[in-house]
Design a protein around this ligand. Sequence first.
Ligand SMILES: Nc1ncnc2c1ncn2[C@@H]1O[C@H](COP(=O)(O)OP(=O)(O)O)[C@@H](O)[C@H]1O
Ligand SMILES: [Mg+2]
Length: 261
Amino acid sequence: MEKILINDLSFAYSDEPEKLIIKDINLEIKQGEFVCLLGQSGCGKSTLLKLLAGLQKPSEGEITIDGEAIKGASLERTVVFQDYGLFPWMTAGENILLALQQKYPNRKKKELKEVAVDMLRQVGLDESVYKKLPKELSGGMKQRCAIARSLGVDAPILLMDEPFGALDAVTRARLQDLILQLWSKEEVKKTVFFVTHDVDEALLLANRIVVLGQSPSNVIYDCKISDEKRATRDNQFENLEVLKLRNELIKQINQDVMSHA
Ligand SMILES: Nc1ncnc2c1ncn2[C@@H]1O[C@H](COP(=O)(O)OP(=O)(O)O)[C@@H](O)[C@H]1O
Ligand SMILES: [Mg+2]
């Protein structure tokens, strides 16, 4: 059980301590939830994700995981960023291997190399990619490698910050399907915290959608979506339930933007 509890969380960056980015957020995320965090650009989504990753410390309040306050980054929570986060001087395979060696310091390199190749296959890449440098790969392939790396580490919590934001529509759709397929097939589901500003992406992926309002941001909308009500690629623009929720989400975001204008 990996329950994330966000208690009265407020945050300001140290260079502007009087400017609160996040104010009094309370949120409980259960193990296995696929949470999409929606909100206008600049509202604080990445900031909240960095707090969850342990890359920033709360100014007030706390975030606990199974009752323990987060203290810095951890291999229990992997992060996938929009810019892939691969070291450019290492091959794709070495990037994955490095993360595996950090997670499993006592296992043999040869064994971990096999795991890395297997991870590449799981995300739809063939073995030849192992030896390629990131600059030799397309954006979609780089992001598949970043996903392979985070899957290899097998963290129970997966944090994703607009991971498909820089990809073309077709590649994005394929990677959305991949992430959903990987998450669905696990018996013990990973908890996913997925930041996006794209309402349709959230409707396709999430079983819970949380909307952040304008900075200093707080949760302005929070809804669970049962499996049978979740949008699919085939019905996302036809299913009335989905369209109703889509309208509601856009209305909530717009109202909040207007009220801060
Ligand atoms: N490292 C930083 N130092 C100071 N201010 C920052 C930093 N990163 C982000 N901000 C500010 O925090 C606010 C929220 O940013 P961010 O969390 O990146 O929003 P989002 O991800 O929703 O677009 C913005 O006003 C942004 O300018
Ligand atoms: Mg962001």
